[in-house]
Design a protein around this ligand. Structure first.
Ligand code: NAD
Length: 340
């Protein structure tokens, strides 16, 4: 990327992680940072004296050397900031969730295509070694036909100010689910409540149904005594648990199942036989997912190739969240994910 510069927008909790990786990868001539909060802007200067700070987004937009913009601001600001950057000819890596409406996501895709720019969404888990390994296991047929997927992402806080727990946490699970299973669920229902702050959903139970028969559920919450980051996948041959809170053995594959066998002693009767076999835990690479994600973005910008988590991938997740919110507004009524 020599001859070009990058800009990181938003330096609250997540932006500094993005900045650290950009500085470590060290592919840009200059790195600019912008935040509307002075304290968040200046505190990174001490760590990286080489970065240029600016309080004005226009300075980023008008700087023709900047060809990559990393948007790490709250979700409600993603659309406006990304749109301006794309219109000024910059490639954009936008944090999850891509936008807070399908309409906004479609608009960003349209602009990026018209301008032949890279638009990528920071679905970090799609770059994580455990998710990659699970995809390999599913695609290799090790689990057999997938029956169901059950996902939990719960802990105490932090309540975001701008979006519900679905937009904040379930984004991760939707993106993991859509990466793992090639089919999209057709129907969704969500039961939610806002216990702590009025009109800010902090607990959600989301259920989905696929045409093939697969069912899936996502439980997200900012109100839990325990941090849980767990995905259980049950297939016709084997079962799998992915526990992202573990430092090692994050994935365990269980040779467990149940078979329906003809009862030899009676005509037309069946017996259930439960199988309990070995448990194995595959070795995983230890590379930081965010590093893999940013390197992939830079590669796509250099080669003009389509990112794995492009705008359409971001749109799928936004569409599912919008449908879940629609269902929640109707007290958990089942709705079609693709319906407007
Ligand atoms: N990929 C991941 O795993 C992951 C993890 C955490 C957060 N995120 C995402 O990163 C984004 C930021 O989350 P966070 O937890 O760091 O939020 P945060 O509230 O801690 O930080 C946001 C920062 O953006 C600044 N900001 C707000 N509006 C701005 C604007 N219009 N222009 C410039 N700066 C602005 C704020 O001053 C603040 O410093 C969110 O979209 C979140 O969903 C992604």
């Amino acid at each position: 990327m020599s001859g070009s510069s990058a800009a990181v927008i938003g330096l609250g909790y997540w932006g500094p992680n993005v900045l650290r990786n950009i500085m470590e990868i060290d592919k840009f001539d200059d790195v600019y940072v912008h935040d509307i909060n002075d304290n968040n802007l200046t505190r990174n200067r001490i760590k990286y004296p080489r970065i240029s700070l600016t309080e004005k987004y226009d300075e980023i937009l008008d700087n023709d050397n900047i060809n990559c913009v990393f948007i790490c601001t709250p979700p409600v600001t993603h659309y406006g900031l990304a749109k301006e950057a794309l219109l000024k000819g910059k490639n954009v890596l936008i944090e999850k969730p891509m936008t807070v409406s399908v309409k906004e996501a479609e608009d960003l895709i349209r602009i990026s295509e018209e301008k032949s720019l890279i638009l990528m969404v920071g679905h970090t888990f799609e770059y994580s070694p455990p998710v990659e390994k699970i995809k390999e296991i599913i695609d290799g047929g090790i689990l057999g036909d997938i029956y169901f997927v059950s996902m939990s992402r719960i802990n105490l806080g932090i309540h975001r100010k701008d979006v519900s727990v679905i937009w904040d946490l379930a984004t991760h699970d939707f993106s993991i689910l859509f990466r793992l299973i090639d089919e999209m669920p057709r129907k969704i229902s969500a039961v939610t409540n806002s216990f702590v702050k009025k009109d800010l959903k902090d607990v959600a139970f989301i259920n989905m149904k696929y045409d093939s028969g697969i069912i899936a559920n996502i439980n997200v919450s900012w109100l839990s005594p325990k941090k849980v980051r767990e995905t259980i996948i049950v297939g016709s041959k084997k079962m799998l648990i992915y526990d992202d809170t573990m430092s090692d053995e994050k994935i365990k594959v269980y040779d467990k199942g149940v078979e329906l066998l003809k009862d030899p002693d009676s005509f037309g009767e069946y017996q259930l036989t439960y199988r309990t076999g070995d448990i194995y835990s595959p070795v995983l690479k230890s590379t930081e997912p965010l590093r893999i994600e940013i390197e992939h973005f830079l590669e796509c910008v250099s080669n003009g190739t389509k990112p794995r988590t492009d705008g359409y991938c971001g749109l799928k997740v936004v569409r599912a969240i919008e449908a879940a919110e629609r269902s929640s507004d109707k007290n958990g009524e089942v709705v079609e994910i693709n319906a407007g």
